[in-house]
Ligand binder design. Structure first.
Ligand code: HEM
Length: 449
């Protein structure tokens, strides 16, 4: 006999649907309050929400082949096409194999210098706002993460393309709008929204084409940079027979790397700097560690494992505010998850945001406490209770780079500056493709007292 997870009573559905548009995190939390496994009937479609480590493990790792990328990401396909984040099956496997060597752990040493230099630039940029009005720190760290991505994976200076961040915001807004009106086709969007979406997509394609053209010219001159961009070009040439398909493929792969690599790290940094502003002891802890390990200099690769307290702060920030707040999948075949039946074609969501705040897994879950990530306490916990980088074969390819960026930037900014949140600005998380702070992060900059 098929056993189904509990679901909300019919009368609760209008409220839930309203939340799907207005407050997706509250919707997920409401669902989780019904249990760790929940089934919501959305008309003929079923949506399962799993918030227990063993259920997450089944979907993301043990039976990952049965779960393709799902809602939200499906909409993002209009921009990302079949890039590494959104593709499935054999297409994904081939892409991951092609680009994986560019992310080898050994590369971190070389990448560290670029990250540290970009972090120092950010400090200098913020310092110019000392004694002035608030600066949107989220905007500035987004610029930093794009700069790092350019230097570490594409060997290019992305500062020339300052339109990228805005274009990504635009396409995400539209993708989200489509997601919350599931089943609607792109054509439903009001004309101005469609026009903005197309303009943003054109801009991203223009940047991707320019990056590829520059690299192809360098390769023609005999240069052989062994970074992600070169690997993507070589793979596309080998696999695509037709020039138009090759161009399309290159755009999709590059735009994917740009999106996946910068938004998430910027979100991590934004929330970390906000939490440090709110928690003076943690801020002093990070500052003392940065002074002890770095003195006055900028970090280098060997410092990473010495900045242990800062690392715990970042981990705790990603627990409370996981940049990828939901991992959406679609079941390909019927399955059984923890004894519950899941029918083919239904949406399956694993929600790190909710699981990371589940009181059955975390003591006093809303409290910011970096010591939760003390290695002894981590060892006593289910590995799948904490999944900011996902799990299983689709585990984040850039996790080492993202962590290093977050640790270096948090250490340098905290050592050198005091950031204060604008008192009238509420810190409200907004669940877009990544977890943003609504309205950005206006902060004033002060010298360290
Ligand atoms: C702190 C920063 C980051 C966080 C929290 C993060 C989080 C994640 C998560 C949760 C996934 C899995 C998505 C899923 O299973 O549906 C993922 C995948 C991915 N991430 Fe990251 N990420 C970060 C940094 C980066 C960086 C720096 C890059 C560099 C390009 C990157 C590139 C990717 C790519 C390409 C994928 C798709 C991998 C695949 O499906 O094979 N990420 N990331």
């Amino acid at each position: 006999m098929k056993v189904h997870p509990p679901g909300p009573p019919l009368r609760a559905m209008p409220g839930l649907l309203r939340k799907l548009v207005a407050d997706r995190l509250a919707l997920m939390q409401d669902a989780a309050d019904l249990g760790d496994a929940v089934r919501v009937n959305m008309g003929p479609k079923k949506m399962y929400i799993f918030n227990r480590p063993d259920l997450a493990k089944h979907v993301l790792a043990d039976n990952a082949d049965n779960y393709h990328k799902g809602i939200g990401l499906v909409q993002a396909r209009r921009v990302l096409g079949d890039g590494l984040l959104t593709s499935d099956g054999e297409v994904w496997r081939t892409q991951r194999r092609a680009v994986q060597p560019a992310f080898k752990p050994g590369r971190i040493t070389r990448q560290a210098d670029a990250v540290a230099e970009e972090a120092a630039k950010l400090v200098a940029l913020l310092r110019r706002h000392e004694g002035q009005g608030p600066v949107d720190v989220l905007h500035e760290v987004t610029g930093l993460t794009l700069g790092v991505l350019g230097r570490t994976l594409l060997d290019s200076d992305l500062a020339r393309y300052d339109s990228i961040a805005h274009a990504f915001e635009e396409v995400q807004d539209q993708a989200m709008l489509e997601m919350v009106t599931q089943g609607a086709t792109p054509g439903w969007l009001p004309f101005p929204a469609q026009a903005r979406f197309r303009k943003a997509r054109r801009e991203l394609h223009r940047v991707a084409d320019a990056l590829v053209a520059e690299r192809v010219a360098r390769m023609a001159d005999g240069e052989q940079p062994d970074d992600a961009l070169s690997r993507i070009i070589v793979a596309a040439r080998a696999q695509e027979k037709d020039a138009e398909r090759e161009r399309q493929r290159l755009r999709e792969e590059l735009v994917t790397l740009l999106l996946a690599g910068h938004e998430t790290t910027a979100s991590t940094l934004g929330w970390t700097l906000y939490l440090l502003e709110q928690h003076p002891e943690a801020r002093e802890g990070v500052r003392a560690e940065a002074r002890a390990v770095l003195g006055d200099r900028i970090p280098e690769a060997a410092d990473l494992h010495k900045l242990t307290y800062t690392t715990k702060v970042i981990q705790e920030a990603m627990r409370l505010y996981p940049p990828v707040w939901v991992l959406p999948r679609v079941a390909q075949e019927d399955d059984e998850v923890g004894g519950y039946h899941v029918s083919a074609k239904s949406d399956v969501l694993v929600c790190p945001y909710v699981m990371h705040r589940n009181p059955r897994l975390w003591e006093d879950p809303l409290r910011f406490d970096p010591e939760r990530f003390d290695p002894k306490r981590v060892a006593g916990r289910d590995r799948y209770a904490y999944i900011p980088f996902g799990a299983g074969p689709r585990f984040c390819i850039g996790s080492n780079l993202g962590m290093m960026e977050a640790v270096f930037v948090a250490a340098l900014v905290t050592r050198d500056l005091d950031l204060r949140m604008h008192p009238c600005h509420p810190a409200v998380p907004e669940a877009m493709l990544s977890l943003r702070m609504r309205g950005g992060m206006p902060m004033t900059v002060h010298p360290v007292s």
